[in-house]
Unconditional design. Structure first.
Length: 224
């Protein structure tokens, strides 16, 4: 939670408002018709080896040379439904408005087609807007998708409130910490990690509540 100490005093009220909104969403009862989905993104630089690594031997780990060749980078979208113990990781070339809109249509039509509403938690990035749907699709299609989403934004300086960021951190430590030579290899490794996590039904047990915030983050609340 290091980010919270950087919040300018004049932004405290907005921070508290959005924070409590997200915390209340996290503590709603599970409803399959209204699944909670947290959304976030990251990037991964792809690098090739310039020398063949030395294979592992008894008592010794595999050895890599410090030198490497850069081979571009990819964007990694994380769609995480903690109450369903489910996540979908999508690797793309970019993270444009159209890419985000494509993820939203997949959520609505492929992953949660029976949902009446998808409760979506994400940060307030410039591409994470309903306007992105209209950038990508015809107006009728954009409106259809938008009507299935209930968006809750995490506050500025409050990305730690997004459970998808936690899941991205796990992905980084368990999978993305290794050198990935190209996007095809990255997609294969990420898919294997995703399937293993889903099969084991790993999730995030969120316990921080609004009541906790009003005590532990009291300094952020405006004085009345």
């Amino acid at each position: 939670m290091k980010e919270q100490w950087c919040i300018p005093p004049k932004e405290n009220a907005a921070f508290v408002c959005n924070m409590e909104d997200v915390l209340e969403v996290y503590h709603q009862e599970h409803d399959p018709k209204r699944p909670l989905v947290c959304f976030d993104e990251s990037s991964k630089q792809q690098v090739k080896e310039t020398r063949t690594p030395l294979p592992a031997r008894p008592g010794q780990v595999e050895k890599y040379d410090y030198e490497y060749e850069r081979n571009g980078s990819s964007n990694v979208f994380m769609m995480f439904a903690p109450l369903e113990s489910w996540r979908k990781v999508k690797v793309t070339e970019q993270r444009t408005m159209v890419d985000w809109a494509g993820c939203m249509r997949e959520l609505v039509d492929i992953y949660f087609p029976e949902a009446e509403k998808i409760i979506l938690v994400m940060d307030n990035l410039n591409t994470h807007k309903p306007a992105s749907l209209y950038e990508a699709f015809a107006p009728e299609e954009a409106r259809r998708i938008m009507e299935k989403l209930e968006i809750h934004y995490t506050p500025k300086h409050g990305s730690w409130l997004n459970m998808a960021e936690i899941e991205l951190s796990v992905l980084g430590k368990q999978c993305l910490h290794r050198r990935m030579p190209d996007q095809l290899y990255l997609k294969r490794e990420v898919s294997a990690w995703q399937d293993q996590r889903n099969s084991a039904a790993f999730t995030v047990n969120w316990r921080f509540t609004t009541a906790d915030a009003r005590i532990k983050l009291k300094r952020l609340y405006p004085s009345i």
